[in-house]
Ligand binder design. Sequence first.
Ligand code: SF4
Length: 436
Amino acid sequence: MRTKSSKKNKINVVTLGCSKNLYDSEVLMGQLKANDKQVVHEDEKEDGNIVVINTCGFIGKAKEESVDAILHHVNRKEAGEIDKVFVTGCLSERYKPDLEKEISEVDQYFGTHDLPQLLKALEADYKHELVGERLTTTPKHYAYLKISEGCDRPCSFCAIPLMRGGHVSKPIEELTKEAENLAAEGVRELILIAQDLTYYGLDIYKRRALADLLRELAKVEGIKWIRLHYAYPTGFPLDVLDVMREEPKVCNYIDIPLQHVNSELLKSMRRGTDSEKTIRLMNKFREEVPDMAIRTTLIVGYPGETREQFEELKEFVKHTRFDRMGCFAYSHEENTHAYNLVDDVPEDDKEKRVAELMELQGQISFEMNQEKVGKTFDCIFDRKEGKYFIGRTEFDSPDVDNNVIVDGSKHYIQIGHFVKIRITEATDFDLYGEPV
Ligand code: SF4
């Protein structure tokens, strides 16, 4: 007979997947705190008696990670270490009936739009007045700002609309209020996220309003950096480039997943663009904001991708010289449009193509970083690792881009503060420097 754990009434929230999922966990935690619940995020001590797992259901590897996390905590429950396990997020939204059958030890499964029901199961009430308030889990000086939920795009390979629903923008006033609250708590850097940032406003304002939102957010006292993640190439609102050029608070940085460059594959991917338009947009970025750092994400091994089409993608990466690049092997996701195609590129070929592209990008990143040696950049410092202070320039987003590393045995730097750093040395993905 399984015994009740002796642990105190404390809820441990575990987040998998992307920054949008982290944002949702922070909203959940804000609600629980306002209900006087003791709540922690990914508490290593694991001394809570209730665990909420906010899962990811994007692609194969991410789904496996989420299932492993569920099994880990279910085993702890069986061992009497904890009393309850609740599961929410994208995997739960997408596979609830299967999960309920296959891992029935979980107390309850919730979808991505079931916050009030989840709170009820945790003996808490949903508090409307808290909209825009949350318990952030990032270092105090930066925070994610989710400007919309869901996605209306038809990308053939993507299951996100199945899990997150259609696109819903948050009004500019609400987001500005949220930014003011965050600034009052010491946030200096806002990282704007969405499934598709550039679709912002089309639903509530009947026009693309990302540029207007940026101008309003730039007026918020205390915010120094505003960063853009998850832009979409088709219908890209060029007025955003004007704001980026004119407004010093808006980082000259953009994350824009392009996925591929071959016109035939882009057509099959239902991206609404082609090779020529993609190349033209990248050139426009470089013309309008010459020092802009461009981050992109590419998919290799999509159904039917030939060696020639992959070579075309390699040439594109060589010529465009992205500042930052990530690459995924295509994952054959049921209920997506591409699932009707034959997943004909062998897995090891996919992995080889990922490695080839990342090798190429490593070389490009090394060369681009060498050009930064001797230059001085405004940097913000996120943490200390051993004797080193770890920071970032305006051109680097947390966790995914370059680090700026300062020797803490020679210099002292306050975490969360901006410091001018002269770069003295560089590798493929790290910069070394000293304060000036
Ligand atoms: S823009 Fe495309 S890839 Fe991105 S979330 Fe929407 S459907 Fe998925």
